[in-house]
Design a protein around this ligand. Structure first.
Ligand SMILES: *Cc1c(COP(=O)(O)O)cnc(C)c1O
Length: 425
């Protein structure tokens, strides 16, 4: 039976059979037992599927991965130990030394460093583009060795909306997939595959978990990108893998080629799986994701409108405000709501912004974002400290930007807390 998102949140992944636990069990075991040597050998040759070692597959992790794949409308999903690992694997599954990627420059600070610094050390070159450039200027960045285009549906922390359809079409014209980090939107508010994206990544640490209990990530494949039609760019998927007796992923696994390679090659060699216990916690969060997103969006809309009218506030970036230049783009991709995260700047000095944050009552200063509790962060002083002012601006972050992550508390209380802290500035 085809199910709606709210139902998948509750029922996706795990279905209890006769006498089995109603709640997803935690298979906290490194390994799984077989009765004959031959049974085990067939697993290692990828001739049979089955569990043998949790680094490669675990029933708890798999159930949660299947729920996320269903929410996104993908064919396969792999959970990782963090969002950083998810973005690294999503790229590294396609690209090796000598390769090149193009990314929007409106992205999370950790991803900015991963692409600009660490991938470079591995011999993968990265071009940062401003999504506001015209097509010709961005298309000029594609090269023969380009392997992927990357962007965030809603950028963290700037709150910029990524024009998924435009960049999917562009990537496909150049024979490469579009990878979209859908962390802030979640599949409840946007499903990038419906707009042509090929691969979706998540930091499940954020709304998907929603309670600040675990750090995790996910890579989801739509199964839509035709690797064989672009054989020369993706030899890792389309030519024999000597570490698996010469098996070719696209031939043996069809639409599951990308997901299978990510598990049996990258997870095998690099690790970074989530613990089954963390996946259990993530699954509890996912059960209420649709409910929570509704409340986050309703609260954030009211807070953004209040901030916009406030004389102490210099500017507000929330694409749900009709005055926002990205309002129409948000209506297209996020018709049911954007997310709880608002970026704004206070009038006055940097010290005053810090005084405002220090005077908040229940709204807390934390690095974390996108969970049930309202929280604030000043990226220039915290998460993005490593970036220069120039890099900050290139990443769409002004030095006075305050990131407010609106939680699911009573919105009147949230506004009252902001108001009393501003009064003390
Ligand atoms: C937090 C975040 C990440 C990194 O995820 P971790 O789980 O912290 O490793 C990546 N992308 C976006 C958009 C994020 O918000």
């Amino acid at each position: 039976m085809k199910k709606n998102l709210e139902t998948i949140c509750v029922h996706g992944g795990w279905k209890a059979k006769k006498g089995e636990p109603q709640q997803l069990p935690i298979y906290q075991s490194t390994t799984f037992r077989y009765e004959t040597s031959d049974q085990m050998a067939r697993l290692f040759d990828l001739k049979d599927s089955g569990y043998f070692y949790t680094r490669l597959a675990n029933p708890t992790n798999d159930a949660v991965a299947q729920k996320i794949a269903a929410l996104e409308g993908g064919v396969g999903c792999v959970l990782t130990s963090s969002g950083q690992a998810a973005n690294f694997y999503a790229i590294f599954n396609l690209c090796e030394a000598g390769g090149h990627i193009i990314t929007s420059n409106n992205i999370y600070g950790g991803t900015f460093n991963l692409f600009g610094v660490t991938l470079k050390k591995l011999g993968i070159d990265c071009t940062f583009v401003d999504p506001e450039w015209d097509d010709a200027k961005i298309e000029a960045c594609f090269r023969d060795n380009t392997r992927a285009f990357f962007g965030e549906t809603i950028s963290n922390p700037g709150g910029k909306i990524f024009d998924i359809q435009r960049f999917a079409d562009m990537a496909h014209r150049h024979g490469v997939p579009l990878i979209v980090d859908n962390t802030f939107a979640t599949p409840i508010n946007c499903r990038p595959f419906e707009w042509g994206a090929d691969i979706v990544t998540h930091s499940t640490t954020k709304y998907m978990d929603g309670h600040a209990t675990q750090v995790g990530g996910a890579v989801v494949d739509s199964g839509n990108f035709d690797w064989d039609a672009n054989k020369d760019r993706f030899p890792g998927l389309t030519t024999p893998d000597e570490s698996y007796h010469g098996l070719t992923y696209t031939q043996s696994f069809g639409k599951m080629a990308y997901t299978t390679k990510l598990i049996v090659q990258l997870m095998r060699d690099l690790g970074s799986i989530p613990s089954p216990h963390n996946s259990f916690l993530l699954n509890l969060g996912l059960e209420t994701l649709a409910l929570r997103m509704r409340q986050h969006c309703a609260n954030a809309q009211k807070v953004a409108e209040w901030l916009e009218k406030n004389e102490k506030v210099g500017w507000v970036n929330y694409a749900g405000l009709p005055s926002n230049p990205q309002y129409q783009l948000a209506k297209k991709y996020l018709p049911n709501g954007i997310c709880g995260v608002i970026a704004f700047g206070l009038k006055g000095s940097r010290e005053e912004a810090i005084r405002f944050m220090d005077n908040l009552d229940f709204i807390s200063i934390v690095t974390h974002v996108a969970d049930a509790r309202t929280c604030v962060l000043h990226p220039a002083s915290h998460t993005h400290r490593q970036l220069t002012d120039q890099q900050l601006r290139e990443a769409g972050i002004s030095p006075d930007l305050v990131r407010l992550s609106v939680g699911i508390e009573n919105v009147d209380d949230i506004i009252a807390d902001l108001q009393q802290a501003m009064a003390k500035m």
